[in-house]
Write a protein that binds this ligand. Structure first.
Ligand SMILES: NC(=O)c1ccc[n+]([C@@H]2O[C@H](COP(=O)([O-])OP(=O)(O)OC[C@H]3O[C@@H](n4cnc5c(N)ncnc54)[C@H](O)[C@@H]3O)[C@@H](O)[C@H]2O)c1
Length: 439
């Protein structure tokens, strides 16, 4: 279903009318395309307080293909090194760095604040570094004009591990990601031969990819060079084959809850699997008082239990190659909760638990990272079926005042999937335009 309001506010009379009525002013987002692969303008590199990672981050920024400057009239992106802020008083430096330039950020611009992990031993440092989180979440809400604001926590001395993350967040690929906190470890990234086709030579499985978000994920991973297998239920085989054919992928008609699902997946990857994307999901909404046990069970089985079973079996069988990536699909419903969705929200919160617990062990034991995307309101057949008023609320109740597109979730998944994202592990990144729900 097209977003007619976004179209209306894109016209001069529509803008005048909606502005006069004090209604939201969504700015059309600039997404990745072959013609617009990068931001459109210079990157302003600032320091707030002691310049703890300035040099190493400067080297990364210099590789992004944009001019990196210390002054600009209209920067496309601003990166602020706030890693050296260790006290409440030191936060003044953050204000001093951004206050004079925040208005100058280009439409669809990007602000990335670099911090470090709050210390368990030093509560002054922890207070100052945690303060950055409230800062970016608030700035994300007020900045407007399609711009986004994130906090990336890096390890001083290993900031180069954040290259894939900075490339993603400082590009049109992250158009619908805002107000997020990403922790990047000091793990050394795998070398990248070609940033435009980082998955060349890698295999990927995307569950639930006959349509919707899964189809976009399969398409984006194929764009990035992966050999993709698309999986969906046998009754969706016609759509599945059409999608797979369009992408030069292989179709695997299979119900992910089938007892032999992991074995059949393993058989489809005789040389091992590099990227496993758990995207298949269902809703069976009812308030708990009206929810029959079968509605509860089917949602938990498809959205959570089958993810646990196949992940365990594929890791145990050694099907996932070292350097592999697991990306699971949560939802903001799993963070905020939703009326009529006790089953769905439980399953999606369960995904977050799975990711956080398994991530350190999967890397230690198998060399595999585990992360989750948590989509907000994404324009798909699933959300087109939502009643008009609820749909409009879902679309507008976020900092970007619009719904996301399946490709926004796909781009986030592709960032996790990259060989260079070794240091991104155990993260849950919301693709929700900074939804007010669960904020
Ligand atoms: N659309 C949104 O706004 C939104 C928001 C948050 C989370 N999500 C999550 O994103 C994922 C994709 O959502 P979507 O909007 O594209 O939904 P969709 O219904 O369009 O697509 C889901 C796909 O999963 C497949 N599937 C369902 N059960 C399966 C099974 N047992 N085995 C194999 N395949 C199965 C379906 O056939 C379908 O093709 C889901 O996990 C969903 O919960 C979506």
């Amino acid at each position: 279903m097209a977003d007619r309001y976004l179209h209306l506010t894109g016209t001069a009379p529509g803008r005048f009318l909606t502005r006069s009525l004090g209604l939201p002013q969504p700015s059309p987002l600039r997404r990745w395309s072959l013609g617009t692969p990068t931001l459109d303008g210079p990157l302003l590199h600032l320091t707030a307080g002691e310049a703890a990672v300035r040099g190493e981050v400067g080297e990364v920024l210099a590789r992004l293909g944009l001019p990196v400057v210390e002054r600009a009239d209209r920067p496309a992106g601003i990166v602020v090194d706030a890693t050296g802020i260790t006290s409440a008083a030191g936060l003044a430096a953050l204000h001093a760095a951004l206050h004079p330039v925040v208005r100058s950020v280009a439409r669809n611009g990007r602000i990335v604040v670099l911090g470090t992990a709050p210390s368990p031993e030093d509560h002054h440092q922890a207070a100052a570094q945690q303060a950055l989180e409230g800062f970016v979440r608030s700035l994300g809400k007020e900045i407007g004009r399609g711009a986004t604001v994130q906090l990336v926590r890096v390890v001083p001395g290993a900031a180069a591990s954040a290259e894939s993350t900075l490339r993603f967040l400082l590009s049109p690929r992250s158009a619908y990601v805002s107000g997020q906190v990403v922790e990047v470890s000091g793990a050394a990234p795998d070398p990248v031969a070609d940033w435009f086709a980082p998955l060349t030579g890698r295999t990927a499985l995307v569950t639930g990819s006959a349509r919707g978000i899964g189809e976009a994920v399969a398409s984006t991973l194929a764009r990035d060079g992966a050999r993709v297998v698309c999986l969906d239920v046998p009754r969706a085989e016609e759509d599945l084959v059409r999608t797979a054919d369009r992408l030069g992928a292989t179709a695997l008609p299979l119900d992910i809850t089938a007892p032999d699902a992991a074995e059949r997946i393993a058989a489809a990857f005789p040389d091992g699997l590099d990227v496993l994307v758990h995207n298949a999901g269902i809703t069976r909404d009812r308030r708990l008082a009206n929810m029959a046990a079968d509605r509860w069970a089917s949602v938990i089985d498809v959205n959570l239990d089958s993810v646990l079973r196949t992940t365990d079996a594929l890791l145990k069988a050694g099907t996932l190659n070292r350097g592999g990536r697991i990306v699971a699909t949560a939802s903001i419903a799993g963070i905020a909760g939703n009326t009529g969705q006790t089953n769905y929200a439980a399953s999606k919160a369960g995904i977050i638990g799975l990711v956080r617990s398994l991530a350190p062990r999967a890397v230690a034991d198998h060399g595999v990272t585990v992360n989750a995307v948590a989509p907000g309101f994404i324009e798909t057949k699933m959300t087109a079926a939502v009643p008009l008023l609820i749909r409009e609320a879902g679309r507008r109740m976020n900092s970007l005042s619009q719904g996301g597109l399946p490709v926004d979730v796909a781009e986030t998944t592709a960032w996790f999937a990259q060989p260079a994202s070794t240091a991104v592990n155990g993260q849950v990144v919301r693709v929700c335009g900074q939804s007010l729900l669960g904020a």
